[in-house]
Ligand binder design. Structure first.
Ligand code: PLP
Length: 467
């Protein structure tokens, strides 16, 4: 029996969670450049949690039983559609996140072309990994289009060349996660339209900020429903709309395009099921929290947050360019700063930044692209940004002095426990991640995937309450 015999007082339980949370990276305070999106606004979390609590037990399974949820979902969809150039025909749904939105865009495209026996989709190499996941889950072949190593954008001719009679979807990013680059959406959507194929714009990452960055004078190319040929757009509210996790919006240009997204089933003795999204039971908590956050921040609030973010991006990019040996992989034209190091080890640099309290996201080499450091910049970075430059310079100096990682003399096909031991994993993560990253960077992608699956499986084992 793993449960405690009589249950514990509420405060003690919360203390336990607080103690566990102490090991996590800091979700607030502008020093974590991935995984979390922090507005830095006082009181926003309290509001979101209060709204979450009001609707946590409401079930989106049946909107006729819980019209509150239907009303809030429709309002979130309406807000996203208005921001992204939607018209009176635009429809959409709230999903649990970007991955689910992309999977449903792919499902709608696949099932919207029932005559195609072996469906395929065309995606630039810089498209999010969730497209590959959708391809695998849904049995749609993935045709990757190369991107230029200098612009990190695909050429429309290459997209056109990849489109064939079995193509059901062409996708592009606005912007891409890895480098923050907006694809040439107008040209790609024109290629898709000419072929009579759907075009999905993955604006999960930055779709909520791009319109505000444009209003602030940034050069943002057309990417939304104003572009002819764009048939669907995804935008995550749990990213730059600063809502708690579990909320993305998938928009379609019209209801006909959305229809094959739904799943309905009446062939069993229970309730007839009709689901717009992958999950059936879904909590109202994230939707209510998002409703509260959007309503509270408002248009001028998002404009102000985008202004703070833009200023932080510019200062971070300038700090990178000021350090000898560092260079931006792409111009920082949205909310990503991505840089690499010439002449020293980028993974050692990431560890040196961690040691100085800056948590970045290392990215592995890909094709002609070097390994790099990714920073997703949010509004909360702005008050801390002046501290970054000196720390980056000191970290670069220390990385140069330390020299590159020397990989442990062990082959990747050794059993996982042996590999982990050689990499310094004891009971927890090793203090320095550079050897692990260097090893993964050197491994071919299929081996990296296998290693990461084994590693995660190794971590994910049943545990028990300890009293
Ligand atoms: C461009 C883009 N698309 C899709 C996703 C997947 O989103 P999620 O992690 O919410 O499933 C992300 C996540 O970072 C993203 O940046």
């Amino acid at each position: 029996m793993s449960l405690s015999k009589d249950g514990l007082p509420a405060e003690q339980v919360l203390d336990e969670i607080r103690a566990l949370r102490a090991a996590d990276r800091p979700t607030h305070g502008g020093r974590l450049f991935a995984y979390v999106y922090d507005s830095g606004l006082d009181g926003l979390d309290d509001l979101a949690m209060a709204a979450y609590g009001l609707s946590a037990h409401v079930n989106g399974l049946d909107p006729t039983a819980f019209p509150s949820l239907l009303a809030m979902e429709n309002t979130l969809v309406g807000a996203a559609a208005a921001l992204l150039g939607g018209g009176s025909e635009t429809v959409g749904n709230v999903t649990s996140g970007g991955t689910e939105s992309l999977m449903l865009a792919v499902k709608a495209a696949r099932d919207g072309a029932p005559g195609v026996e072996r469906p395929r989709m065309v995606v630039p190499q810089t498209g999010h990994a969730a497209f590959a996941k959708a391809a695998q889950y849904l049995g749609v072949a993935l045709d990757l289009v190369p991107v230029s190593p200098s612009t990190l954008r695909p050429a429309a001719e290459d997209v056109a060349a990849a489109v064939g009679p079995d193509t059901v979807l062409v996708a592009c990013s606005a912007p891409s996660y890895a480098h923050g680059v907006v694809d040439p959406v107008e040209e790609i959507a024109a290629v898709a339209a000419a072929a009579g194929v759907r075009c999905h714009v993955d604006a999960c990452f930055g779709g909520w900020t791009l319109p505000y960055l444009r209003r602030l004078g940034a050069d943002v190319p057309p990417f939304d429903f104003a572009v002819p040929g764009v048939t669907s757009i995804s935008v995550d509210l749990h990213k730059y709309a600063y809502t708690p996790k579990g909320v993305s919006v998938l928009l379609h240009r019209d209801a006909r395009l959305r229809r094959p997204q739904y799943f309905a089933y009446a062939g069993w003795p229970g309730y007839s099921m009709v689901n717009p999204v992958i999950s059936s039971t879904r909590s109202g908590g994230p939707i209510a929290a998002a409703y509260a956050v959007l309503r509270h921040i408002g248009d001028s609030g998002y404009l102000a947050l985008a202004a703070r973010t833009l200023a932080a991006v510019r200062e971070l990019a300038a700090a990178v360019s000021a350090v000898d040996g560092l260079r931006l992989v792409a111009p920082a034209s949205s909310t990503v700063v991505c840089f690499t190091a010439d002449g020293f080890d980028v993974f050692v640099l990431a560890d040196e930044l961690t040691a100085r309290g800056w948590h970045t996201q290392p990215q592995f080499a890909y094709g002609e692209l070097p390994p790099s450091i990714h920073l997703s910049v949010t509004a909360s970075v702005a008050p801390r940004v002046a501290e970054f430059g000196p720390d980056l310079a000191a970290a670069a100096w220390a990385a140069r002095a330390a020299g590159p990682v020397v990989l442990p003399e062990i082959s990747l096909d050794r059993p996982l426990p042996e590999l982990l031991g050689a990499l310094g994993f004891g009971s927890g993560l090793p203090e320095r991640m550079a050897p692990v990253n260097a090893l993964l960077n050197a491994a071919p992608p299929h081996m990296r995937e296998a290693l990461l699956v084994d590693f995660l499986g190794h971590l994910q084992r049943p545990a028990h309450f300890t009293d």
